[in-house]
Design a protein around this ligand. Structure first.
Ligand SMILES: Cc1cc2nc3c(=O)[nH]c(=O)nc-3n(C[C@H](O)[C@H](O)[C@H](O)COP(=O)(O)OP(=O)(O)OC[C@H]3O[C@@H](n4cnc5c(N)ncnc54)[C@H](O)[C@@H]3O)c2cc1C
Length: 480
C-alpha cells in the first residue's frame, strides 16, 4: 500500500465516461469509498458523443414489448459478426450481465431508458437496443453524472491521471493533476475507464492502419494512456486492430447519417456511380469498404425513406433541416450535381431495384432491401467514412481485472470500455455490432465497480459477479 499519498479512497476511477461513472456508482452502491478523476473540464468523452444505445437481452423492457430474447442468443449474434477474437470469454459475460445492467441503470441511477423498437441495427436478431428517449449519449452521461452527484461521489474535473502508483505487489493509486500541481491518490483498486487510443495518430496507425484514412469523430481525450500504463506492467492486450467505423458522416455538415437509411433500402455509390459492396454488412464494416475504395461516396435513397427515418430519429430530422438530404427527380440530376459519370447511376439504380424486387440476384449478395425498390423521388447525401473509437485494449478477465500476458491478474487494477479489450474481434471495423462500445463500457464498468468493492471485504474471495444486485450488501466498507 502506498503511504506517501495526498488522499486515499477504496476505489479510484480514472475517466468520467460511461464506463467510469457506472463503475463508480456500482462500487459506491456496495459501500466502497470512491473518487473519479477526469482529464477534461466536463464529461464529454465518447459516451456523450454516442447515440446512447445500450444492447441488452432478457430485459423487462423487452418483455413488456413482447420481445423474446436471451443472453445466449445475444452472445451468438455478437460472436457471429465479430469473427476471430482475442476475448471471446467476455462476450457471454457481457451478454449475461446486460439485463441486470439495464435494471441497475433504471432503478439505481434513475436513468430513463426506452427499448428502441423503430429500428434494430445490423447484427442484432431482435430489438435489444436501450436508449434515452432523446437517443443522445449526452443525456445518458447527464443522467449518470446526476446520479454520481446525488450519491456525493467526488468527481474532479481537469485532473488527468498521469501515472499509476505501484508498490511492487499491486497497483495502489495514481498520480493526477497537472505537472505543476500533481497529487498522489492512494487506492485499494484503480479502475481504468479512460477509453482507447483513437486520438493518438501513431498508435492508431500502428494497430489499426486501415482506419488512418478516415476522419476522426471521437473524443480528443482518447489518448491511449491505459494501454501504455498496462503494457508497462506486462499486461496482456487483445483485439487491438478493432475499431468502430462509420460509413456515413455527412461531408457537408459532419452529421452522422443514420444507417437506418440503408436498413430501409438506401444504397451507397462510389466515385464511379457504382455500388461496391453489401451495405447491410453494417455501418462499421462498410466504412472499411469505403476506406479501400474511391470516393466521393453518396448515399442514395428516396423520399419515403427520408420521411420515415426523420419521423423516428430527431438527429436525422435536424440534419435534413440543414439540407443534407438533397432532392432529385432522376439519377441524371444527381450525376450533374455531383459530377458522377453520366449514365452510371441509372444503371446502378436499375440493378438495385431489380434485386430488391427479387428479379435478379444482387451482385454483392444483399438480401434485405427495407421498403423495397427505391422510388422515383430520389434523395442523396455526400458521405465519408469516420473512425469513432478503438475497440481493443488491455486484456481483462470476467471480473474486469487486468491480466498479465501469463494470465495472472494484476492486483488492484481493473479496466473497462475503450481501455479494455472489447468484444468486436480483430477484423478492423468489420466485427463491430451497434452497441458493442457502450456494452463494453457500461457492462465492464458495472462488473469492475462491483468486483473492486467486493475485494475490499474479502480480498481472497473471487469477486462477486453473477446474481442480482444485493442491496443488503450496503454495509460493505473497509473504511480505508
Ligand atoms: C459519434 C459516436 C457515436 C457512437 N455511438 C455509439 C452507440 O450508439 N452505441 C455504442 O455502443 N457505442 C457508440 N459509440 C462508442 C461509445 O461511445 C464508446 O465505445 C464508449 O462511450 C466508451 O466509453 P468509455 O467510458 O470507455 O469512454 P468515454 O466515454 O470516452 O470516457 C472516457 C473518459 O476518460 C477521460 N480520460 C481520458 N484520459 C484520461 C486520463 N488520463 N485521466 C483522466 N481522465 C481521462 C476522457 O476525457 C473521458 O471523459 C459511439 C462513439 C462515437 C464517437
Amino acid at each position: 500500500m502506498a503511504t506517501d499519498v495526498d488522499a486515499r479512497v477504496d476505489v479510484l476511477v480514472i475517466g468520467a465516461g460511461g464506463c467510469g461513472l457506472v463503475a463508480a456508482l456500482a462500487a459506491d452502491r456496495l459501500g466502497a469509498s470512491v473518487a473519479i478523476v477526469e482529464k477534461a473540464p466536463v464529461c464529454q468523452g465518447n459516451t456523450a458523443l454516442s447515440s446512447g444505445s445500450i444492447p441488452a437481452a432478457g430485459t423487462r423492457l423487452q418483455r413488456a414489448a413482447g420481445v423474446v430474447d436471451t443472453a445466449e442468443t445475444f452472445a451468438r449474434d455478437l460472436a457471429m459478426v465479430a469473427g476471430p477474437h482475442d476475448a471471446s470469454h467476455l462476450v457471454g459475460v457481457l451478454a449475461a450481465v446486460s439485463a441486470e445492467l439495464i435494471d441497475f441503470l433504471i432503478d439505481d441511477t434513475g436513468l430513463e431508458l426506452d427499448l428502441v423498437t423503430k429500428y434494430k441495427h445490423v447484427g442484432h436478431g431482435t430489438h435489444r437496443l436501450h436508449a434515452p428517449p432523446s437517443r443522445r449519449g449526452a443525456d445518458l452521461i447527464g443522467g449518470l453524472e446526476r446520479a454520481v452527484a446525488r450519491r456525493d461521489i467526488p468527481l474532479a474535473f481537469s485532473q488527468p491521471a498521469t501515472a499509476l502508483i505501484d508498490d511492487g505487489a499491486r497497483v495502489c493509486g495514481a498520480v493526477v493533476g497537472t505537472p505543476a500541481a500533481p497529487s498522489r491518490i492512494g487506492a485499494d483498486a484503480v479502475i481504468l475507464a479512460c477509453n482507447g487510443f483513437a486520438a493518438r495518430a501513431d498508435l492508431l496507425a500502428h494497430h489499426c492502419p486501415g482506419a488512418t484514412g478516415a476522419i476522426y469523430a471521437g473524443s480528443p481525450h482518447s489518448a491511449g494512456e491505459a494501454l501504455e500504463w498496462g503494457l508497462a506492467l506486462d499486461a496482456g492486450t487483445g483485439n487491438l486492430g478493432a475499431y468502430q467505423g462509420h460509413a456515413a458522416i455527412s461531408v457537408e455538415t459532419g452529421a452522422l447519417m443514420t444507417w437506418t437509411l440503408v436498413e430501409r433500402g438506401a444504397i451507397v455509390v462510389d466515385g464511379r456511380g457504382r455500388r461496391f459492396g453489401d451495405e447491410t454488412l453494417g455501418y462499421s464494416a462498410f466504412a472499411d469498404l469505403e476506406l479501400a475504395g474511391t470516393g466521393p461516396f453518396h448515399l442514395v435513397y428516396d423520399a419515403r425513406i427520408a420521411e420515415d427515418v426523420a419521423a423516428g430519429q430527431p438527429d436525422f430530422a435536424a440534419a435534413c433541416a440543414m439540407g443534407v438530404a438533397r432532392s432529385a427527380g432522376s439519377p441524371g440530376e444527381i450525376e450533374v450535381a455531383t459530377g458522377l459519370p453520366a449514365g452510371a447511376l441509372a444503371q446502378t439504380l436499375a440493378a438495385a431495384r431489380a434485386a430488391a424486387r427479387g428479379e435478379a440476384p444482387d451482385a454483392f449478395g444483399r438480401l434485405a432491401w427495407g421498403f423495397g425498390p427505391l422510388g422515383a423521388a430520389l434523395r442523396y447525401s455526400a458521405i465519408q467514412p469516420a473512425c469513432f473509437h478503438t475497440q481493443g485494449g488491455l486484456m481483462v478477465n470476467g471480473h474486469a481485472e487486468v491480466i498479465r500476458k501469463d494470465g495472472t491478474a494484476i492486483p488492484g487494477l481493473y479496466a473497462g470500455g475503450g481501455a479494455a479489450v472489447g468484444i468486436s474481434g480483430r477484423r478492423g471495423g468489420a466485427g463491430y455490432v451497434s452497441g458493442n462500445g457502450l456494452l463494453s463500457a457500461l457492462g465492464l464498468g458495472f462488473i469492475a465497480g462491483r468486483a473492486a468493492a467486493a475485494r475490499l471485504v474479502s480480498p481472497s474471495a473471487p469477486p462477486r459477479l453473477a446474481g442480482r444486485y444485493d442491496v443488503s450488501n450496503q454495509s460493505i466498507h473497509n473504511g480505508g
